[in-house]
Design a protein around this ligand. Structure first.
Ligand SMILES: [Mg+2]
Length: 431
């Protein structure tokens, strides 16, 4: 039976609604650390996992190592900067309508994403109205399918989608959470991702997530050190402060199952992203292992997954907590579908990082009970903006809670004097 009516009519811009005049993709040329990127930090920042030469750390100038997918290669097993984690910076999208209102969106992808946005995806946005976001999203996703589906193309689509929601909020004079589910809580409880759970506890956070120091390539000694590391933090923060563990795609099924068993006495809330994201069979095996190990931490993952189709695969594999990043996985339009998938299948959802954008999602959906705050100060001892100098007015937590403003859109103003934005591509030769 053919269900699709014919002809499938085009969506014309809403009559009377302002048309989108221009999409601009920008990158920062600011000098100095922290201009616009989480990983753009000095080597002495905890997030790069740089130890002293003998592998020790003091939390002042050196920090615990952070295992990652490149740790198995000796050349890249030191600082995460050694394999270029900071080499692909932010891309900033501005979408301007014919009344001069401008929506702002942000993702990771730098000039490569800017190229996709200017030379291809803008085609489906300009001339449309910001109210027709699902239609625009569907056209961008289908038109980029020959090089897209996941990764960079979805980052570019996410930045555009965020800018469209921001612009539509400004058009209606409403914050973005009111365009989605409205307010589901007075303020957002946040946990801290940090190298210093003790300081996070003192600052009032609702738990702390620490990176795992060693992966399988560090052998049995590494496993023992991992267990001692977690045991040490559990003793330091006491029995009641929630602790989570981030494995950043560095492990395999057997190592993770063994680690989860060994860490059982230390009562971790969740174990995050142990496997490479495309290993769906591995996720299914591990999902069964977690199910059989009662009393172990929750199996969490998803910050490197994309679209409703990818998250459904993770749910099918037995993942118990999804962590979509609204700046990467497709933007708010697709995020709402992932919340529905998780909610209908009794899977928890805590947004990955992405600062203020994650808080707006947490505000809009009752199913989201907690959000993440990245401790971006060099030693994890102070509360600093997630996006460095990018915005003038990023909301920051106080005593473990984020309060959101009622300003239109996402309520963010670019800090243009600090971040030195340039537009690397124009439309010459297009269309
Ligand atoms: Mg993570």
């Amino acid at each position: 039976m053919l269900l699709e009516p014919r002809p499938f009519s085009d969506v014309k811009p809403t009559r009377g609604g302002p048309k989108i005049k221009e999409v601009r993709a920008l990158v920062s040329r600011a000098d100095g650390y922290g201009a616009s990127d989480v990983h753009d930090t000095p080597e002495t920042h905890w997030i790069l996992g740089q130890t002293a030469a003998d592998g020790s750390w003091d939390h002042e100038k050196t920090h615990p190592p952070i295992t990652n997918p490149m740790s198995r290669f000796p050349k890249y097993s030191g600082s995460r900067k050694s394999w270029g984690v900071a080499n692909v910076p932010s891309v900033i999208v501005e979408i301007e309508d014919e009344n001069g209102l401008v929506g702002i969106g942000l993702s990771t992808g730098g000039e490569a994403a800017a190229f996709l946005i200017e030379r291809h995806l803008a085609l489906f946005v300009e001339g449309q109205t910001a109210s027709d976001r699902s239609h625009i999203w569907d056209q961008m996703f289908r038109a980029s399918i020959h090089y897209g589906r996941k990764g960079l193309a979805l980052h570019a689509i996410s930045a555009i989608d965020l800018a469209l929601w921001d612009l539509y909020g400004k058009t209606l004079n409403e914050p973005v959470y009111n365009l989605m589910g409205g307010r589901t809580k007075e303020r957002i409880p946040v946990y801290a991702t940090t190298s210093r759970p003790d300081l996070a506890k003192d600052l009032g956070f609702h738990g702390a997530k620490i990176p795992l120091p060693y992966g399988p390539s560090a052998g049995h000694a590494g496993m023992k050190s991992n267990v001692a590391f977690i045991e040490g933090w559990r003793k330091t923060v006491g029995p009641d402060f929630p602790l989570m563990l981030d494995c950043y795609m560095a492990l395999d099924v057997e190592y993770t199952a063994d680690l989860a068993q060994r860490l059982k006495p230390y009562d971790l809330t969740w174990i995050e992203e142990p496997l490479m994201p495309d290993d769906y069979a591995g996720h299914a095996k591990l999902g069964r292992r977690f199910e059989s190990m009662s009393g172990c931490a929750t199996f969490a993952t998803g910050e490197h997954e994309y679209t409703q189709f990818g998250y459904q695969q993770l749910i099918d594999a037995g993942v118990q907590l999804l962590q979509p990043d609204v700046m990467w996985m497709g933007g708010p339009t697709e995020f709402s579908k992932i919340v529905a998938l998780a909610s209908a299948q009794s899977v928890a959802l805590v947004p990955h990082g992405c600062g203020v954008y994650g808080y707006y999602m947490a505000m809009a959906y009752d199913h989201i009970r907690l959000a993440e705050f990245m401790m971006m100060s060099e030693r994890g001892d102070q509360i600093e903006a997630n996006f460095g100098k990018m915005f003038q007015n990023e909301p920051l937590p106080e005593q473990g809670y984020i309060e959101l403003p009622t300003t239109p859109g996402f309520g963010l103003e670019l800090n243009r004097t600090e971040i030195n934005l340039i537009r690397p591509y124009d439309r010459r030769g297009i269309r």
